[in-house]
Design a protein around this ligand. Sequence first.
Ligand code: DMJ
Length: 914
Amino acid sequence: MSEAGGGPGCGFPVPQRAPWSLVAATAALCLVSATSVWTAGAAPMSREEKQKLGNQVLEMFDHAYGNYMEHAYPADELMPLTCRGRVRGQEPSRGDVDDALGKFSLTLIDSLDTLVVLNKTKEFEDAVRKVLRDVNLDNDVVVSVFETNIRVLGGLLGGHSLAIMLKEKGEYMQWYNDELLQMAKQLGYKLLPAFNTTSGLPYPRINLKFGIRKPEARTGTETDTCTACAGTLILEFAALSRFTGATIFEEYARKALDFLWEKRQRSSNLVGVTINIHTGDWVRKDSGVGAGIDSYYEYLLKAYVLLGDDSFLERFNTHYDAIMRYISQPPLLLDVHIHKPMLNARTWMDALLAFFPGLQVLKGDIRPAIETHEMLYQVIKKHNFLPEAFTTDFRVHWAQHPLRPEFAESTYFLYKATGDPYYLEVGKTLIENLNKYARVPCGFAAMKDVRTGSHEDRMDSFFLAEMFKYLYLLFADKEDIIFDIEDYIFTTEAHLLPLWLSTTNQSMSKKNTTSEYTELDDSNFDWTCPNTQILFPNDPLYAQSIREPLKNVVDKSCPRGIIRVEESFRSGAKPPLRARDFMATNPEHLEILKKMGAASSIDAEDGLRFMQEMIELSSQQQKEQQLPPRAVQIVSHPFFGRVVLTAGPAQFGLDLSKHKETRGFVASSKPYNGCSELTNPEAVMGKIALIQRGQCMFAEKARNIQNAGAIGGIVIDDNEGSSSDTAPLFQMAGDGKDTDDIKIPMLFLFSKEGSIILDAIREYEEVEVLLSDKAKDRDPEMENEEQPSSENDSQNQSAEQMTSISQEVDLIDQESLEESSLNSHPESLSPADIDNAASVSPSEQNSNPAENHETTSLDGECTDLDNQLQEQSETEEDSSPNVSWGKKVQPIDSILADWNEDIEAFEMMEKDEL
Ligand code: DMJ
């Protein structure tokens, strides 16, 4: 397909039974850019500047790929902080995340087609030879079927697609004889046993060597899989079938998709997040467009584009209508229950949904794409990266960021559709942030916590497969790429599959098309997409006019629900009962609680919100004793502030959130455990002392190093191999006595992070660090700075010696725990718990309506979004037949039982593996 755009179809109905190629091209045409780039709004970007940014992307890729090849290959991934390869089994397990690692040089395979897109043909040729020479697909490792499909099978097929393209051009890859395709086929056959279920849905995991059934397989007992896991196979499997002529792959992937379609909730047309692979029952009945479902929708639309099969478009359109009706609350996308789609299932969004605006561009629905993208961009501007999850009032819910590419993907597609240079500026910001905050001497490190700027020893393969492709393509002109990118479709991992596959072996797809769709019901087809050629030149301010009202949506947002309080005051009605005000001994409160399940959909909504708040409140109260993580940043040569380690706080000593950071050179204390008076005070004087955990209280260590003149302390865990990547945040408790005498800041590092500092001392002798609550900006100045002296302005106080020996107390940060599991179970949320939850925190209690009102008016100006959301939820009727909010007053037990399903969903969402 050429980029000339405006070709047949876009903006006009497509003729029925169009030739396959035309059908595929038609959907893809929705991406055609407004070639005459307009300049209203954001200033246009010159060709030179675009080239400069493109070159910067190339340099960044070299840094990431070069370090992987030098320090990690043939391991699956690079660990950029410790500068070595991640080999499964040799590192502490990270749970499901490790299921992507199959000892098959994952990053190399995932990077193959990126090399060609970035014009690194020579390196591509070299990389293909390495894959053929070194990669073994027959390892005794249990891997995720989904990840192996999108990253490895997709990577091999993307590599093959571009290898044959290059071979045909006549210069490179002349020796190539479909070897990557043969490997892909071998891998395809290895994955097939996963489909041996009555439903046809695949098992979530498989042993590459032993499959599922054999006892050695160590898998095959799972009963559930995620919808995306079962519904994101068709592109790779169909491509494999069409490239090789072996129809079985496409057949299996279609069968799984057919089953999911059959199981959709028929009244809402939504699907849940997880499904039982044997019974087909929905295990998790919440539904959104992010984690667990995302690429199922993506593959329905893209399967239509690639395979030209109308049934996929019809399914996609049906789901899309449901998404826009229930989940989309522009600019938000909020999960709902499949049976009660008018009720939100969460108060937060996850980062994976950032791909959705890009998919909406492909669909041709530009307006909500612009809106959601703008909202996400504002969240990014606030935190430098998109946190894994953030609340509807844009607070960080889960602070990690593993360098996900979804937002860059949507930025690219929006630029293609609108030609608006604003999106180039967005891309420039992404590049700057990556270099400023994620770049480390040995690659790019995931953010452990976007609030502190601390790193995780992790560089996922999708960073190379996707991020660099989308960023490079964003700034590239047609002549910067050696082939026509419009001839390909991107898989969910951004691997390239050629559109000509739609005309290859097409009889197979006819044979397998679900019979339900042989007679098409045209009324359910949305064949059109906006023609960007017409749309934007006529109204150059179109995209900007959509963004404008959302300009301050993040900064000015209010916690949801406040507006309702204000409105009820205005109307003289009583405000709804809030969880923080609830007292189980108050008869009036109990009466209101009963009514929440009884009278109207507004009461029902109050009831749900109440329960949700109860859950949040109870976990918040558990968090009250918790301090946020801190950062240890290595600022001396050659790190220059680029390495930021996640550190645990101390409940005593200088509070780094209230004081200037402490900067100083590090020195090991003697004795290393710091449990007695130091024998090397001259070495630690004016420095930050390193002490080993164990044998005495943390407070005692602090006093000993303080007495020796240290200006701060870092306690390093003595449990070998421990790491902040795998352990929850650790907090150092005091000794149960008055610790006011401890004036210096104390931080805790797990053994792996600690050894990064110890290794640095071994190599560079003089190592200077910053202890702070949040990593400080590292700019070129930092690198040019003279090596500062160890003297600094931080606290260097002596204190009276105190000796108090008792046990160390380990505290675990509940927030980190919560990321992997919610503490309260629905069954255990009894009225007694509610009672406790409400009475624990008097500071939270605010039953004075006047005070509530005051809070409201303080935030009064930022009401638009909430108003919209509120109006929507108040005016729409819940049409679900399963809704049990009847007219009759229900007893409290039955109300609680009724809420069980919803609470279960909240709980499951908290357990999300993103
Ligand atoms: C990638 O592996 C794919 O994009 C997948 O569909 C979802 N998540 C990661 C990147 O975030």
